[in-house]
Write a protein that binds this ligand. Structure first.
Ligand SMILES: NC(=O)c1ccc[n+]([C@@H]2O[C@H](COP(=O)([O-])OP(=O)(O)OC[C@H]3O[C@@H](n4cnc5c(N)ncnc54)[C@H](O)[C@@H]3O)[C@@H](O)[C@H]2O)c1
Length: 277
């Protein structure tokens, strides 16, 4: 593999499907070595196999990002396998909507745990490794930049009815990004957020089946957007359509390459020109 990210070690949560998978394939195609995560072993290992079949390097670290020991395991997999850690993409997530009067504490905390606490723990677990690598590099006269890309949503910037839990968690992601960009500048880590608009994945895919569900932690959670609503949403997007996972991956990629070495603490909206704010 020969590309812009040759030899870089990248951790991507929720990279078994959708946007995370597209990011994993894009970074691997540019020479990065990947730690692929998803809830189920098969989903993660399928992407690992795909990357290897394309001549890249990848290893799986499957499991729920909300598990208390996950962050340490994720970082350790990168260090044990590749002796490095250069890029972290906090992407794993799902939605669990309801209007506030019907939203349970369980629903509220599930979103905060997955979208905000899990990225916090992963970044906290990565700090000692990053600090040690930076020290080694400084002693060897090497100056290298590391990248954190936290995934948010236009719902976290502008709010969205029925998503008080998700919007609050995703708004928290931008705060986490800003704080860490200030804390980690001296370690030469660029910390940025990509907030997506409507991207066509399992999360949003138009479905006539009102009962389409996914399983997270033993809970059945409704996914998909009703086709009529999807059409109405797409009509409001200046580019006239929802984005593809590959287009979404492109926005993340911009924050992973050397050309963005002097950009930190920022949020880019990848939404075809649409914004809720
Ligand atoms: N698709 C959109 O329109 C859209 C818009 C805004 C933000 N986002 C965000 O983008 C990210 C990716 O979403 P997507 O559209 O690709 O969805 P997706 O359902 O296609 O893929 C998400 C992947 O994350 C995994 N995942 C979910 N919870 C997890 C957990 N607790 N631990 C480990 N893995 C977990 C899922 O199994 C799935 O494979 C999410 O953070 C989502 O909130 C998506």
């Amino acid at each position: 593999m020969n590309g812009k990210l040759n030899g870089k070690v990248a951790l991507i949560s929720g990279s078994g499907r959708g946007i995370g998978r597209a990011v994993a394939l894009k970074l691997a195609g540019e020479g990065a070595r990947l730690v692929v995560n998803d809830l189920e072993r098969d989903t993660a290992e399928q992407v690992v196999a795909e990357i290897k079949a394309g001549g890249g390097e990848a290893v799986s670290c499957w499991g729920n990002v909300t598990a208390p020991d996950f962050a340490e395991r994720f970082v350790k997999t990168a260090v044990d396998t590749y002796q490095g850690l250069d890029i972290i993409v906090n992407n794993a997530g799902y939605t669990w909507d309801n209007v506030i009067q019907k939203m349970t504490d369980e629903q509220w905390y599930a979103m905060l745990d997955c979208h905000l606490t899990a990225p916090f723990r992963i970044l906290r677990a990565a700090q000692p490794t990053i600090r040690a690598l930076v020290k080694q590099e400084s002693e060897a006269g090497i100056e290298s930049y590391r990248k954190v890309v936290n995934i948010s949503s236009i719902a976290g910037l502008g709010g969205n009815a029925g998503q008080a839990n998700y919007a609050a968690a995703k708004a928290g992601v931008t705060g986490l990004t800003k704080a860490l960009s200030k804390e980690w500048g001296r370690l030469r880590v660029n910390v940025n957020t990509v907030a997506f608009g409507l991207i066509k994945t399992r999360l949003t895919e138009a479905t006539a089946d009102a009962n389409a569900q996914i399983q997270v932690e033993g809970r059945d959670i409704k996914v998909g957007v009703n086709p009529e609503l999807m059409k109405a949403m797409e009509a409001q997007i200046p580019l006239g359509r929802g984005g593809t996972p590959e287009e979404a991956a492109g926005a993340v990629y911009l924050f992973c390459i050397p050309e963005s070495n002097y950009i930190s603490g920022q949020t880019v909206v990848c939404g075809g020109g649409f914004s809720l704010s």
